[in-house]
Design a protein around this ligand. Structure first.
Ligand code: 0L1
Ligand code: MG
Length: 261
C-alpha cells in the first residue's frame, strides 16, 4: 500500500490549476487513498492558496443532489472552499484560457450572519443564522482528464472549485420558501437545464447544516461572513467561448456571465 504524500499531491493539483493542464487522477497512484487522506490533501491545497495571498470567501458544498450522490456512490455531500480570485462580477466575463474544461451549475448562496457550530445543526438553525440568500452560478473545472474522478480525487481537488458569480439581490430567507425555488439555466437564450431547489438535500439550508456538522469533525465551524454555495440545483453544463450564461431563480432573481477567450 502506498503512503500518500499530502503536500506534494496538493502541489501537483495546484500546478494543474495554475498551468491550466488536465492531469491523471491521483488515485491512479494512490488507489487506497481514504476520504480522510483526500481532505488532508485539500487542506494542503487551501494552505498553498492562502500563502499566495488569496482569501477564503467561504466553504462550498458539492455532490448535494441524489443524482450526483448515487453516481459517486456516496451517502453524504462533500465540501471544498471558494476564494476571492474565483469571484466574477455578475454580468462579467470568465476567460476560457484561464481554465481547462469548465462547466456551470445554478445554485443558491447563503450569506451567514452568525457562527454555526456543529454537531447536531439543523436547517432551521441555519436559517436563523443566515442574513441573506443570493442567486449564484458556480463554474466547476475539475483538474482531472475528461472530468473523470473518484470521490477521493474530487475532494483532494477542492471539489473542482474554479469560479463563481453572485446575483445582485440580497434576499431575507424568511421571505421565501427556499425549498420551492424553480431554477432555469440558459445558454445563449436556450434553456439547457432546470430544477427545483429541493434537489439540494431537500432544502438548501440542510446543505449548510450538513456542512457545519462535517466541519465540526475537524473542530471547525461555519463562520459569520462566510458566503456558502449550497450545491447545484441544476446539472452542470459544459461551457464554450462565446456563451452567454444566465440562471433565473424564482423569487431570487437572475445571475450570469459571458465566456470569452
Ligand atoms: O460543486 C459541485 O457539486 C462539484 C462537486 C464535484 C463534482 C464535479 O466536479 O462535478
Ligand atoms: Mg457546485
Amino acid at each position: 500500500m502506498s503512503v500518500v504524500n499530502y503536500r506534494s499531491t496538493a502541489e501537483f493539483l495546484h500546478r494543474a490549476e495554475t498551468e491550466k493542464r488536465e492531469v491523471l487522477r491521483i488515485t491512479a497512484d494512490y488507489p487506497d487513498m481514504t476520504v480522510e487522506d483526500a481532505y488532508r490533501i485539500q487542506e494542503e491545497l487551501v494552505m498553498i492558496k492562502l500563502r499566495q495571498g488569496h482569501r477564503i470567501i467561504g466553504p462550498k458544498m458539492g455532490l448535494t443532489s441524489q443524482a450526483k450522490m448515487k453516481q459517486m456512490d456516496v451517502e453524504e455531500p462533500i465540501y471544498g472552499y471558494v476564494f476571492d480570485y474565483m469571484l466574477v462580477p455578475n454580468g462579467g466575463e470568465i476567460r476560457m484560457h484561464e481554465l481547462i474544461h469548465p462547466k456551470v451549475e445554478a445554485e443558491i448562496a447563503f450569506v451567514i450572519g452568525k457562527d454555526i457550530e456543529g454537531p447536531g445543526i439543523t436547517g432551521a438553525q441555519v436559517l436563523a443564522a443566515t442574513d441573506y440568500v443570493v442567486p449564484a452560478v458556480e463554474i466547476i473545472d475539475s483538474r482531472y482528464e475528461n472530468f473523470k474522478f473518484t470521490l477521493t480525487d474530487v475532494i483532494a481537488d477542492n471539489t473542482s472549485s474554479s469560479r463563481f458569480v453572485l446575483g445582485n439581490r440580497l434576499i431575507n430567507p424568511e421571505n421565501l420558501e427556499l425549498d420551492l425555488v424553480g431554477v432555469t439555466l440558459s445558454i445563449n437564450g436556450e434553456i439547457k437545464d432546470l430544477g427545483a431547489s429541493a434537489a439540494v438535500v431537500g432544502h438548501p439550508a440542510n446543505s449548510v447544516a450538513m456542512l457545519a456538522n462535517m466541519l465540526a469533525r475537524k473542530g471547525d465551524k461555519v463562520k459569520a461572513g462566510d458566503i456558502i454555495l449550497t450545491g447545484g440545483v441544476t446539472g452542470a453544463v459544459m461551457l464554450a467561448v462565446g456563451d452567454t450564461v444566465s440562471a433565473k431563480l424564482d423569487g431570487l432573481g437572475e445571475v450570469g456571465f459571458k465566456v470569452v477567450e
